[in-house]
Design a protein around this ligand. Structure first.
Ligand SMILES: C[S@@+](CC[C@H](N)C(=O)[O-])C[C@H]1O[C@@H](n2cnc3c(N)ncnc32)[C@H](O)[C@@H]1O
Length: 320
């Protein structure tokens, strides 16, 4: 049983923390992450997760007219938030292709990279996207609608063992084994196309608080649909080459599996602690100086006004 997922799912709260209903997304740890990037007016910065563009707007405010912001988002919806600003290059792709697109745009190295991981409030709040337990809709959960793998497809095709792995590793679902077995036994004679149908199917095995249980199941599926751990690893591995010496990476995570990856990678330059050779120093040196020994979390004020900030953790590193 994976005990590490101490900070689970971004809140499923329908509220925008007191801000108007039309808000696409309220940026979390806004000033903390912008301060961490130490933005130079003529620098080149990457926002890997443009979303509602909140962090990007903060970066643009600190950039001079010769500065550049390269923003990624794999969700076509995010493009409607793009400012009319010639300093911005928008790349409608997964940030796992960071280095490739930076080279393509002739910015092989940059001064800072920001990633605010996970799903936006907009994605949660659009019933048709299938991310939220609050609505009925298709069992979809793709951030990038060009990709083929939906949550329904996973539930229909993965083996019992694969489903068990997802629910226990990514959702910390207490009875993952029972749930995976139940899905495999039921899926040939029940529909899995909508959230309501899925909830109905698993109702007999829901344990404890149903909302908490379903949120954990949905989080696990979402992480798998979007390969969130895989793309984060890929992003981290590209940072040493993509950042200029002295350049900074600021990464905001929302659950402990992600946070552990970021923490280890910044500290060790790899994802796992390496064993030292008894005679030779064979351990890889981290290419980073860790700026945040402990993760930065939201202030009391932010927690009060934006419930979605409560599991956010910011880690910052500087390329040496
Ligand atoms: C938490 S929101 C970011 C919000 C943004 N910082 C703001 O201030 O509005 C995450 C956004 O990143 C996008 N995203 C998540 N993972 C991505 C990936 N691997 N590649 C590209 N975009 C991604 C999502 O589609 C979503 O719009």
């Amino acid at each position: 049983m994976n005990k590490s997922l101490s900070h689970t799912h971004r809140s499923e709260s329908p509220s925008f923390g007191g801000v108007g209903e039309a808000a696409y997304h309220i940026p979390v740890l806004f000033s903390e992450s912008l301060d961490a990037l130490q933005i130079k007016p003529n620098g080149v910065y990457v926002d890997c997760t443009f979303g509602g563009g909140g962090h990007s707007r903060g970066i643009l405010e600190k950039l001079g007219k010769n500065g550049k912001l390269i923003a990624f988002d794999q969700d076509a919806d995010a493009q409607k938030n793009l400012p009319d600003d010639e300093r911005v290059i928008f790349i409608p792709q997964n940030f796992m292709h960071l280095q490739r697109f930076l080279r393509l745009h002739k910015y092989p190295q940059v001064d800072g990279v920001l990633a605010d991981l996970g799903v936006s409030s907009h994605q949660f709040d659009e019933a048709a996207r299938g991310f939220s337990i609050r609505f009925d809709g298709p069992l979809d959960m793709r951030m990038d609608k060009r990709s083929e793998k939906t949550a329904a497809l996973i539930l229909k095709n993965y083996t019992e063992q694969e489903l068990l792995g997802i629910f226990s590793n990514y959702g910390e679902v207490s009875n993952s084994k029972t749930l995976a077995k139940h899905i495999v036994e039921s899926r040939n004679h029940s529909s899995l196309d909508t959230i309501a149908a899925f909830k109905n199917m698993i109702a007999p095995v829901v344990k404890g608080n149903p909302n908490k249980y379903l949120a954990q199941v949905f989080q696990a599926l979402r992480i798998e649909v979007n390969d969130e751990m895989g793309v984060l690893k890929s992003l981290l591995e590209q940072l040493p080459e993509v950042l200029k010496p002295g350049g900074r990476a600021a990464i905001i995570t929302f659950h402990s599996l992600e946070d552990r990856l970021v923490k280890n990678f910044f500290k060790l330059g790899s994802f796992e602690a390496q064993e030292e050779h008894p005679l030779f120093n064979t351990t890889k040196q981290s290419p980073f100086k860790v700026i945040t020994k402990k993760p930065v979390v939201s202030s009391e004020k932010e927690l009060k006004t934006n419930s979605r900030s409560r599991s956010a953790k910011l880690r910052v590193a500087e390329k040496m």
